[in-house]
Write a protein that binds this ligand. Structure first.
Ligand SMILES: Nc1ncnc2c1ncn2[C@@H]1O[C@H](COP(=O)(O)OP(=O)(O)OP(=O)(O)O)[C@@H](O)[C@H]1O
Length: 630
């Protein structure tokens, strides 16, 4: 306890001041101080109780004064009755005394005053924010406007919180009922003002409570970027697109980030027969992670289904998938893409017909119609460009049937493209991809144009790769961070990430070096009927568009297509000119022979054919299929 100064009379008077220098006086002063300290320690509880009783008394007096006169009589009677009861109860007075002392001690305890309310700089910031909102929330002639220049900002900001740097972390504001909060344009304007005034560079989440005319702004932290591709704990038919904010979704998944295990909130996309958004469209700026997301989806899809990849950009970033079990093909040439997508279109029809026949016969759908088939098309518009240049059909044409009927046939289409080419996307792609993802920096208008609703957060100018927004059907827009799923064949990929992706790849159906026999193919397709065929016409192979690209085609004979009329694909081919590719795409050996002028069957073990820099090479299979082109 701090020492109390001696009374002034003992220090100020001159004679005494002189005496103060003497040793005896110093000792006396020390003694007096110690005595005062001890006395205050001893009497401290009494002082506290006394202070408390004084406060209680003052509160009681205040209450009495506030009580209306006509209520005072009953109140006095009630208090008197209580006193009487206490006096009559055994030990009542003693208990009452103890209670009063306890109440006095509680009321008299020393309380450190809590620092409430904003500091000067924070008040200034709130005032500036208020003034900035005045033009948007005020109308001429309003009788008692909530927002007016030099108005009362404390009236409209019932809640606010600042971070340690003095930046707004949370703000609740009231707005007038006449504000058009149902219109996106009006909302976006307010959100932009708040974004500018609350501090750019951070993401803010906005919640509009239209019933209460209140808007709540919360500053969001960045989504974690430490998650890498891994086996996610999901059911068949569920695909993890990425991870989002904890309060945005109800479910969490156990994930591993480095050494740490934690629960993370996923953006789960459900596909299959009961899905209301069975196909996905991914749009973004170049280099923002669309390929990575497609790769991540492919790795998950291969767990339960088969995958067909169209790599329109032709950069070979799906090379790690080629020759893996369940990967039906990785195509980056126009001819190969056309043939493969045509096959996928007929396969969709075949599945529908087979399932329908089985149902009519009272049987369950055949196994090979139930295994999910995924068509992953990366930048199909790049191929559309080439198709126009060569006077051929747009490969997107063959996506129409899978998009329209894929849900019932367990066929899922995922299309990824860039903003600049979005208008080249075909109508069925736009109409049937109800699940949407926008990656990379994008304005609220761009996000709205793709997702059909603006994000509830302010998009920031600089985001890490794989960051974006997702919307599944008419659900709310979610922030999204895609797990890192780099190309393991890329030299720039770190060892840990490479291992993580390699661990998820299915076993090879062909050795990596293309030599020797393939591993046995197991799973949904019969192995003995596998008859890979050259699906392209000679002129396709030598076409300039394909030179320098990698084309891998893997076809299975059991994929022979039953055309809508129940016949084979040969009957369904668009004409003699297209017959060869149609037959080849369907992979039926007999069909291949029919189309013999262009289709060149190779060994049964061959499943993947690669055309690279003008050379056609059977990655796995008989040597006679290796031929040089050009
Ligand atoms: N989710 C992610 N986490 C970490 N890094 C990522 C993520 N997504 C993408 N990247 C990195 O960003 C770079 C570009 O990614 P990617 O090739 O997937 O983008 P893209 O949009 O397909 O680009 P492009 O249009 O050039 O093909 C790569 O180096 C990739 O490793």
């Amino acid at each position: 306890m701090a020492r109390r100064p001696l009374p002034r009379i003992l220090t100020d008077s001159a004679p005494l001041a002189r005496m103060a220098n003497s040793t005896s006086l110093a000792r006396s002063r020390e003694f007096a101080r110690t005595a005062a300290d001890s006395a205050s320690d001893v009497f401290h509880p009494l002082i506290t109780i006394g202070r408390g009783l004084r406060r209680l008394g003052a509160a009681g007096r205040g209450r009495w004064v506030e009580t209306p006169r006509d209520h005072r009589g009953p109140l006095a009677f009630f208090v008197g009755a209580c006193v009487l009861v206490v006096c009559l109860v055994p030990y009542g007075p003693l208990l009452a005394l103890v209670t009063v002392m306890g109440a006095g001690a509680w009321a008299g305890r020393e309380r450190t005053p809590v620092d409430t309310g904003p500091g000067e700089a924070e008040r200034e910031r709130l005032r500036a924010l208020y003034e900035a909102l005045v033009p948007y929330f005020s109308v001429d002639g309003a009788p008692s406007p909530l927002y007016a220049h030099d108005g009362d900002w404390e009236r409209v900001f019932p809640e606010y919180a600042f971070d340690e740097g003095g930046r707004i972390e949370r703000l609740q504001l009231k707005y007038p009922a006449y504000f058009t909060d149902g219109e996106d344009q009006s909302r976006v304007r307010i959100e932009q003002v708040l974004y500018a005034k609350a501090g750019r560079g951070r993401e803010y989440h906005f919640v509009w409570d239209e019933l209460a005319n209140q808007l709540t702004l919360t500053a969001l932290g960045a989504l974690p970027t430490d998650l890498v591709a891994q086996r996610f704990v999901t059911s068949p038919g569920e695909t993890v697109l990425g991870f989002t904010d904890p309060d945005a979704v109800q479910r969490t998944l156990p994930v591993t980030a480095g050494e740490e295990r934690r629960d993370a909130p996923p953006v789960l996309w459900r596909t299959g027969q009961r899905s209301t958004e069975p196909h996905l469209l991914i749009l973004g700026q170049p280099g923002t992670g669309a390929t990575t997301l497609l790769r991540s989806i492919a790795l998950q899809a291969l767990q339960h289904g088969e995958v067909l990849v169209i790599d329109g950009s032709g950069t070979g970033e799906y090379g790690c998938l080629a020759g893996r079990h369940g990967v039906l093909g990785v195509e980056s040439g126009l001819a190969g893409a056309l043939a493969t997508l045509e096959w996928a279109s007929h396969e969709t029809e075949r599945r529908l017909i087979a399932a329908n026949r089985a149902r009519q016969a009272g049987r369950s759908a055949p196994e090979d119609t139930r295994r999910p088939l995924w068509i992953l098309a990366d930048r199909p518009t790049a191929l559309a460009h080439i198709a126009v240049a060569e006077g051929r059909e747009d490969p997107q044409r063959w996506l129409q049937v899978p998009l329209r009927h894929g849900r019932a046939a367990q066929v899922t289409v995922v299309v990824a493209d860039q903003f600049e080419s979005a208008e080249l996307l075909s109508e069925p792609v736009r109409a049937h991809t109800k699940a949407r993802v926008v990656l990379g920096p994008a304005t609220a208008e761009e996000v709205r144009a793709v997702l059909g609703a603006p994000p509830h957060t302010t998009p920031v100018a600089s985001v890490p790769p794989g960051r974006g927004y997702a919307r599944l059907g008419s659900a709310p827009v979610l922030r999204l961070q895609v797990p890192a799923t780099p190309d393991p064949l890329d030299d720039a990929t770190g060892q840990a990430h490479r291992q993580a992706v390699l661990a998820l790849l299915p076993e090879r159906t062909v050795p990596a070096d293309g030599s020797g026999p393939a591993e046995p193919v197991t799973g949904g397709r019969s192995t003995d009927a596998d008859k890979p065929v050259d699906v392209r016409k000679p002129e396709d192979v030598s076409s300039s568009a394909d030179a320098g690209r990698t084309v891998s085609v893997s076809k299975s004979a059991d994929a022979a297509v039953v055309a809508p009329d129940g016949g084979t694909a040969a009957a369904d081919a668009d004409g003699a000119a297209d017959a060869d590719s149609a037959h080849g795409a369907h992979g039926a050996a007999s069909d291949s022979e029919q189309a013999g002028s262009s289709a060149e069957p190779v060994g049964a073990a061959s499943r993947v054919r690669s055309v690279q820099r003008g050379e056609t090479r059977v990655v796995n299979g008989s040597a006679e299929a290796v031929r040089a082109e050009g």
